[in-house]
Design a protein. Structure first.
Length: 251
């Protein structure tokens, strides 16, 4: 009986030791669980904030963007003067659409045909729509990265669902950089030609549109031969989309 009692005690100790060893591994699970909950909470907060801003900016003009803030820090001061789309020459709106996104009124934020053409060209040409550019300029940052592109892809449908096409174009015309440190078409019109955005001629509008999307290396007031040719094509395109109805969603 003494032998049996000793054996039972040894088995009990072994069992208790094993149980303790198993128990010692359990604290890692709560840590992972808390980390998962924290990350989920962060994602939820970001989604909520972006959703709120999407709805807010459908009616309220963005006070500043990351791009404007960054450029202001870099050059010291920027030129910017927000104007409603009613105070912008209609030909200016048609010109940027003709230059950047001729199917603007026909897509829901992504131009599938342009994406397919960009893939076939080996990525040598862009496929971003005006809506995507607005999302990048207003909610995100410049530069190429998979993270930024993923966020842009996620936010673009929300903007298309909440904002009107006219509102999307209005914001684009006021936040796009059109020369170094010059943001928006009103500031660009004054900077290049000394007139208000409402007084832009078809040629002036086409020249401003022609500097996009590389305003730091192109000039509308001192255009190269290449820019002049591009402006001529944009002017023709602006007249075409007016005639065939592709400007109906914002005019």
């Amino acid at each position: 009986m003494a032998y049996s009692w000793a054996m039972a005690k040894a088995v009990k100790k072994k069992s208790t030791g094993t149980s303790r060893r198993k128990t010692a591994k359990k604290p890692s699970r709560p840590i992972l669980s808390r980390l998962g909950r924290f990350l989920l909470r962060c994602v939820t907060i970001v989604v909520a904030v972006v959703t709120l801003l999407v709805f807010l900016f459908a009616f309220v003009n963005p006070p500043i963007t990351h791009t404007i803030w960054s450029e202001q820090r870099r050059v010291g001061a920027v030129e910017r003067d927000w104007v409603p789309i009613e105070e912008i020459a209609p030909v200016m709106a048609r010109s940027v659409v003709a230059a950047e996104d001729a199917r603007f009124c026909e897509h829901w934020g992504f131009d599938v045909e342009a994406i397919r053409a960009a893939i076939e060209a080996g990525g040598k040409r862009g496929a971003s729509t005006i809506t995507q550019q607005v999302v990048k300029n207003v909610f995100l940052w410049q530069g190429r990265s998979y993270v930024r592109k993923a966020l842009e892809t996620a936010i673009t449908p929300a903007v298309e669902a909440v904002w009107s096409k006219r509102r999307i174009l209005e914001v684009y015309l006021n936040v796009a950089e059109m020369d170094e440190g010059v943001f928006g078409v009103e500031a660009a019109a004054q900077h290049y030609f000394g007139v208000s955005a409402a007084k832009l001629s078809p040629l002036q509008a086409a020249l401003i549109a022609a500097v996009l999307p590389a305003p730091k290396v192109r000039s509308a007031s001192k255009p190269t031969t290449t820019i002049k040719r591009k402006a001529t094509r944009i002017a023709d395109g602006a007249a075409t989309i007016k005639a065939d109805g592709r400007a109906a969603c914002f005019q």
